[in-house]
Design a protein around this ligand. Structure first.
Ligand SMILES: [Zn+2]
Length: 196
């Protein structure tokens, strides 16, 4: 069995109740085929670790102004929980209309130059229609390489529309999504994967 350790946080104005359990259930259902499972801290039904910040997180941020960036909430997560419990997953108000995002270590703008290991933000008060947002972002955080959508040296997404790593909005004609062996291969090498 491989445990994927994640530590869930929520900003003070972020609703996580709507999505957290459905996201965990969907992820564990998909992961079970590959002998993997999420290990969530704090374990449910305990509530996520609170971060005493409010307001929108911008990625990318505008050129001017004091807008919160992903790195700001990541830094705050390290203050409220100094001991690592796995890859941070932070519910917050993401300014852009998206279900979640992964911030990569090399994203110096988002991280204000701090080389945080990859981490995930989830949109508060949104439950993505296919319930895949958490697992999708976790696979990004495992440095998965798809076949479309270049960003730096990465190809972020899959062209296959039934892939959990499909890109962008879902369309009414889209099929359900599934996790495949190539996604599991990335997860096995993730810094938050633990063999037990
Ligand atoms: Zn994505």
């Amino acid at each position: 069995m491989i445990y994927l350790d994640i530590a869930v946080f929520a900003l003070a104005d972020a609703d996580w109740q709507l999505a957290l359990d459905p996201y965990i259930d969907f992820a564990n259902y998909q992961l079970a085929s590959f002998d993997m499972r999420l290990n969530v801290f704090p374990a449910r039904p305990s509530i996520p670790t609170g971060i005493p910040l409010v307001g929108e997180v911008w990625d990318p941020p505008p050129d001017f102004g004091l807008h919160m960036r992903p790195g700001d909430v990541r830094t705050a997560a390290g203050v409220v929980l100094p001991t690592g419990h796995g890859m941070p997953v932070i519910f917050c108000r993401i300014h852009q209309p998206r279900d979640g995002l992964t911030t990569y270590q090399e994203d110096t703008v988002a991280n204000r130059g701090v080389p945080w290991l990859n981490y995930v933000l989830l949109q508060q008060h949104v439950l993505s229609r296919d319930r895949s947002a958490l697992l999708h972002e976790i696979i990004h955080a495992a440095n998965y390489q798809g076949n479309i959508d270049p960003w730096g040296n990465r190809l972020l997404h899959d062209s296959a529309r039934d892939s959990i790593m499909r890109m962008g909005d879902t369309y009414p004609t889209d099929p359900p999504v599934f996790m495949a062996e190539r996604h599991a291969a990335a997860l096995r090498t993730a810094y938050f994967a633990r063999y037990a």
